[in-house]
Write a protein that binds this ligand. Structure first.
Ligand code: FA5
Length: 337
């Protein structure tokens, strides 16, 4: 076929196109920067380039040779375009200055402590100056520590499945840090004075002051002759050291199965622009049944306990109107503190 074309066709003949292709590809191989590559593209593939003029030569072929010539031209075009593309992607150095591998990288954004972690440290700081040490307990608990030993027998309404995260195969996520009171008293003889900050879990609906995972700080003081005055003085001293001497607090009678008498501690704080009493936590004098559960003699030992919501404390101190903001992980909010 090509022999026949060589006879009829005016140059370039099909056989010479192989040479032309070779020449083009060799030239491409020598282009080592972007500008040279572009020149090659214009010379070969551009609107006034060699390929175009070779195509125009088709006119000079006798009509019966034109299909074969056209096919060869198409193959040439495809081959040059593909080679150009591959060469541009692989071999040619990018435009601009060469890569300086010794240049220092961009600094990674420095993180910072979450405002709740800082609040916990600040709370520990105040209570440790009052002689409290920090105790820890597990977040996955059993019902003895979360209820039973805290004077909440089987039928107690707080043990309803709808109010707790019970785990398949037994156990539960603790709903309060009061569990640590029991763990500490089981393991150490009185007198003692501990606080225990940590996470707790409740299936509560999320709103501006409630979340399903939040933090509490438990306090427990056991000694001879401890009274409600010691409890009130401790809590008020904490609040006024932590928030400032004008911190506005109140205690109102309440009920907890593990303290008798019991009270709620409220603090005045702005909620959606209005000053309101917001409950910080519960407290009271340790119930004799709790002492019995851990083997302390309730005739000899007295004590107070409290459990405060740490989010509520952070919200008051740092003017955060919505608890949900603490857990959304929006860096624009968190980096303010
Ligand atoms: C208790 O959990 C008792 N264990 C406190 C206690 C300890 C009483 C020792 C007596 C002696 P209460 O359920 O009220 O109590 O919760 C204590 C505090 O946790 C609340 O006052 C509030 O500040 C915070 N809190 C409770 N539920 C939520 C929630 N869903 N989201 C955020 N904070 C909460």
């Amino acid at each position: 076929m090509s022999a026949r074309l060589e006879i009829h066709c005016v140059p370039p003949m099909i056989s010479s196109i192989d040479k032309i292709e070779e020449e083009a590809l060799q030239g491409l191989g020598q282009m080592t920067d972007k500008a040279a590559l572009e020149q090659w593209r214009i010379a070969w593939l551009g609107s006034k380039g060699r390929l175009k003029s070779l195509m125009a030569d088709m006119k000079t072929c006798p009509p019966e040779d034109r299909p074969a010539y056209g096919q060869r031209m198409n193959a040439l075009k495809k081959s040059l375009e593909a080679a150009f593309k591959a060469h541009r992607a692989d071999d040619v150095a990018p435009a601009g200055p060469p890569l300086d591998v010794t240049e220092p990288g961009l600094p990674a954004g420095l993180g910072r402590q979450h405002i709740l972690s800082r609040t916990i440290e600040e709370i520990i700081d105040v209570f440790s100056r009052m002689g409290f040490t920090v105790a820890e307990g597990p977040e996955v608990e059993n019902e003895w520590y979360n209820f039973e030993a805290l004077n909440m027998p089987e039928a107690h309404p707080a043990r309803e499945p709808s109010d707790n995260f019970f785990l398949e195969g037994g156990g539960m996520l603790r709903t309060q840090t009061s569990t640590v009171q029991i763990r500490v008293m089981e393991n150490s003889p009185p007198p003692l004075r501990i606080i225990s900050p940590g996470r707790v879990y409740r299936p509560d609906t999320h709103d501006a002051t409630h979340y399903s995972m939040f933090h509490q700080v438990e306090g427990l003081c056991v000694d001879r002759g401890v009274t409600l005055v010691d409890l009130k003085a401790t809590l008020f001293h904490f609040a006024r050291t932590f928030f400032g001497p004008k911190a506005d607090l109140r205690m109102r009678p309440s009920f907890f199965p593990f303290t008798e008498p019991s009270a709620e501690v409220d603090m005045r704080m702005p909620v959606r622009g209005k000053m309101q009493w917001v409950e910080l936590g519960g407290c009271g004098m340790v119930d004799p049944n709790v002492f019995k559960a851990v083997g302390y003699d309730p005739e000899e030992w007295t004590g107070f306990a409290f459990g405060l919501g740490i989010e509520r404390i952070a919200m008051r101190k740092y003017g955060i109107p919505d608890i949900r903001w603490l857990f959304e992980n929006d860096a624009r909010f968190l980096r303010q503190f």
